[in-house]
Design a protein around this ligand. Structure first.
Ligand code: NAD
Ligand code: GLY
Length: 365
């Protein structure tokens, strides 16, 4: 990581597919300069949901156009419901309609939905064209824009179709977080806390100590937070790009979290469900005698302090959550895999959790 006071630079080191993550306030207005210098494509198509396009589409387009780059803006309706094959088909037809070819590049301007859609489209349009990530939610800035997972949902499940396809660059402008709804910010913070639990106790302690400054999006806390999350994600992806081992630790909280999210019929936003899942996984780890109770208590406390939920909403049917656990795509041959903390900063992956322990924790969460 380098920090020259104006820009923090983190590199994702993947040989000749390595790319920079640039974190800098106000950079939405300047991205054109860097993109032009990198010669990423002849023409650009910015893809964004209608909400983000309304807020930031014009400023990004201006930044590209004033550097002499040819650029178009394509939008789709905001929300997870757009993350489907039909959207990919529509956007691909629009690209073909404007004569987009293999020398051209896509720019994802938005949250994880936009990044996943755009990355997937880039990976298959004309068998692959370059793309750039400009993440605008906290979740996308600390997680989904880095690491090359792309994809869409089908009625049978979330993210069931997709590719691993790395972007050419990631440009993070913390300024855009000022318009993010509070719930979306909180959802992103759950993923931030996740990094502390799975990888870095010092970072976990930093988050606890700087809660107010983080929630106020103050530079002193927000910039190191973004940088450290990107650094950890980069390190994990460098070691295990295609999730054959280590990368699975990023699923901490997701086993029960996804089941809770599905049981709520996706009315509970992802990050909030993951917060509940992290608390539940920590309690399971204590029951399995893998984690000291004090560490599980610390996970619960930090989540609560940030205003994240740690209890399954009472209206959700525990039996439905149990059923969703078995149909999750991380469940293999009926074996439910859990990422469990052994202490703050260290986790393990296991499919050896007794059913009775899962039931006990579900009953008490
Ligand atoms: P999202 O992209 O739907 O964004 C959430 C909402 O915030 C949208 O309504 C959007 O219009 C709005 N928004 C975005 N930026 C804004 C801003 N700066 N100001 C105001 N409003 C803004 O959702 P998300 O939470 O960013 O991402 C969730 C998606 O990410 C899911 O589909 C999930 O599967 C995916 N994901 C992917 C990865 C990966 O590695 N590829 C990792 C985690 C999650
Ligand atoms: N968000 C999990 C991953 O990128 O692997």
């Amino acid at each position: 990581m380098t920090d020259n006071g104006r820009e923090i630079l983190v590199t994702v080191g993947l040989g000749n597919r390595s790319y920079p993550i640039s974190i800098s306030r106000g950079q939405l207005t300047k991205i054109g300069t860097d993109i032009a210098a990198r010669k990423i494509g002849n023409r650009f198509c910015v893809i964004s949901d209608d909400q983000v396009a309304g807020l930031y589409g014009e400023v990004l387009m201006q930044s590209l156009l004033e550097k002499g780059l040819a650029a178009e803006l394509l939008t789709f309706p905001h929300g997870e419901a757009s993350k489907k094959l039909e959207t990919i088909g529509t956007l691909a037809s629009q690209l073909a309609g404007i004569g987009f070819d293999r020398g051209d590049a896509l720019v994802a301007l938005g949250g994880g939905v936009t990044g996943d859609i755009t990355g997937f489209l880039a990976s298959i349009y004309m068998r692959g064209i370059p793309f750039i990530q400009v993440p605008t939610t906290l979740l996308a800035q600390v997680d989904s824009s880095v690491g090359g997972k792309t994809g869409v949902d089908i009625p049978e499940g979330k993210n069931l179709i997709g590719t691993f396809y790395q972007p050419q660059a990631v440009y993070i402008d913390p300024d855009v977080l000022s318009t993010l709804p509070d719930q979306e910010l909180l959802g992103g913070l759950a993923e931030v806390i996740k990094y502390g639990v799975i990888w870095d106790k010092e970072f976990f302690d930093f988050l606890s100590a700087n809660r107010k400054a983080i929630l106020a999006l103050e530079d002193s806390a927000l910039l190191p937070l973004l940088a450290r999350c990107c650094e950890i994600k980069a390190q994990v992806v460098e070691e295990d790009e295609r999730e054959s081992g280590l990368r699975r630790i990023l699923n901490f909280g997701h086993t029960i979290g996804h089941a809770v999210e599905a049981a709520s019929n996706f009315t509970l936003i992802h990050g909030l469900a993951i917060a509940i899942g992290m608390r539940a996984a920590s309690d399971i780890a204590v029951l399995c005698k893998l984690c000291p109770p004090g560490d599980a208590e610390a996970v619960r406390r930090i989540l609560e302090d940030f205003g994240l939920p740690v209890e399954i909403p009472s209206e959700l049917d525990r039996k439905a959550i149990r059923r969703f656990l078995l149909t999750d795509k991380k469940t293999v041959g009926g074996r439910v895999f859990f990422v469990l903390p052994q202490e703050i900063g260290r986790v393990m992956i296991t499919d050896k959790v007794a059913s009775a322990d899962i039931d006990e924790v579900l009953a008490n969460t």
